[in-house]
Write a protein that binds this ligand. Structure first.
Ligand SMILES: Cc1cc2nc3c(=O)[nH]c(=O)nc-3n(C[C@H](O)[C@H](O)[C@H](O)COP(=O)(O)OP(=O)(O)OC[C@H]3O[C@@H](n4cnc5c(N)ncnc54)[C@H](O)[C@@H]3O)c2cc1C
Length: 388
């Protein structure tokens, strides 16, 4: 039976110096005031063109990112692959607004697919809907508002960008995942991704959508998608996550006076998360699943479901996924037992990936929960190595 407590396996890819860096990093980010001050100082340092890049690179960047470029990320990809852990390269440049930015993102997404097809250990690529089109436009389409002629033209370009990425994914046989974002743009993104699934998932799954189970309507949507896929004769690709924008969702709903799309409590999110895993594994011949989670119980539950439905551990329709730099105890113990594991490996210019890094730091500013668990495992492994 698999255990996530084996720290020797969990940190087998980490040298003593990597472990020490991880220890100090998680210790530091556990302090909310440090993260708050650090965030302001870093932003200021970049504005003043101070030479902070190398300090960031040797600490937080190297811990959470593959490199500044695809080529630079090869080392991390190779290192993970030694332990049978694969990579999804995630071009983590966010908050873009112009057509030139979106065309650059498109180019990057296409290059990443080509790179994945030539490099071992990259079974998927990923992109965010807001990397391909303007947030406000997605919002307008989501609300089914009338578009101006210029906006219609702009929207057609967004559709074309989605299509180009999915067509290339299909051509090269490298499936692509589309991340989920805020609920007030998600219907528009869902419609686009569904069209892509209809078009490119005829023989096997090439396009995956993401379902955020912190939304109380997603289990019903999953079942709707399943019916659609049966009717339309295509396969369903689903990345199942809990969801990353809870506070923002709740605040907006409160401010604008509508019912929050978020579940009443964590228990309800956990329940739906596990029900989604159950539904996917029950129907694994039709649904390809990627469980994006750092939750040990969910990961464990998925191994039990695979056993229950006689799905072999390395079945290509079932993947476990964690972020690079987090929850190695889950990733490496699963891969050691033969399960398919893929890490999200962000890459991009240091300055551009700062929002991603700051988010990682912010979500770890609590010694309870995830950070506490990461820290205690790191400390346990450091102790074990000292005793050797
Ligand atoms: C590989 C991968 C890909 C991801 N892709 C996406 C993506 O495309 N879109 C996206 O939004 N996120 C994405 N995430 C982030 C993910 O949604 C979660 O924020 C993160 O993984 C933490 O959830 P967890 O399953 O690891 O477990 P846990 O740490 O057990 O759960 C924490 C999560 O539970 C939910 N939660 C916490 N408190 C409450 C509460 N009071 N009420 C209701 N729900 C609550 C929230 O979603 C919170 O993030 C991804 C994560 C991974 C690992």
């Amino acid at each position: 039976m698999i255990s996530f407590n084996d720290t020797e396996i969990a940190f087998s890819s980490k040298r003593d110096s990597d472990l020490k860096r991880a220890y100090y990093l998680f210790k530091l980010v556990a302090s909310p005031s440090f993260v708050k001050t650090g965030k302001s100082l870093i932003n200021l340092a970049f504005k003043l063109h101070l030479p902070v890049k190398s300090a960031i690179r040797s600490t937080v960047f190297n811990h959470f990112c593959g490199g500044e470029t695809l080529e630079e990320s090869k080392k991390v990809i190779g290192q993970l692959l030694k332990y049978n852990v694969k990579s999804i390269l995630d071009y983590s440049v966010e908050g873009k607004e112009t057509e030139a930015d979106f065309n650059r993102s498109l180019k990057q997404a296409l290059t990443t697919i080509q790179f994945a097809s030539k490099t071992k250990g990259i079974p998927f690529t990923v992109f965010k809907p807001t990397a391909m089109g303007r947030f406000e436009l997605l919002e307008k389409v989501n609300q089914k508002e009338e578009l101006t002629e210029a906006e219609k033209e702009e929207w057609n370009k967004v559709i074309t960008r989605f299509d180009k990425v999915c067509a290339m994914a299909h051509e090269y046989g490298i499936p692509v995942m589309v991340d989920a974002e805020e609920s007030w743009i998600q219907d528009a993104a869902d419609e686009l991704v569904l069209d892509m699934m209809r078009k490119y998932n005829k023989e096997r799954v090439i396009v995956y959508n993401t379902l955020q189970m912190y939304r109380h309507d997603r289990l019903a949507y999953m079942k709707e998608l399943f019916t659609e896929s049966e009717k339309g004769n295509f396969f369903l690709g689903l990345k199942i996550v809990r969801g990353a924008y809870m506070e923002k969702e709740r605040d907006r709903a409160k401010e604008m006076g509508y019912d929050s799309p978020i579940q009443k409590n964590k228990l309800a999110t956990d329940r739906d998360y596990n029900l989604a895993l159950e539904f996917a594994t029950e129907n694994f011949e039709q649904i390809a699943l990627c469980a994006g989670t750092h939750n040990e119980e969910s990961a464990m539950y998925l191994t039990e479901l695979m056993d229950k439905y006689n799905i072999r551990v390395d079945h290509p329709q079932v993947y476990f996924s964690q972020l690079y730099g987090m929850s190695d105890h889950i990733s490496f113990n699963l891969s050691k037992h033969g399960y398919n594991v893929v890490k999200y490996v962000p890459y991009g210019p240091i300055r551009e990936v700062m929002p991603y890094l700051i988010r990682r730091a912010e979500e770890n500013t609590s010694v309870s929960g995830q950070t506490g668990r990461e820290l205690s495992l790191i400390m346990e492994e450091m102790k074990r190595r000292r005793k050797r």
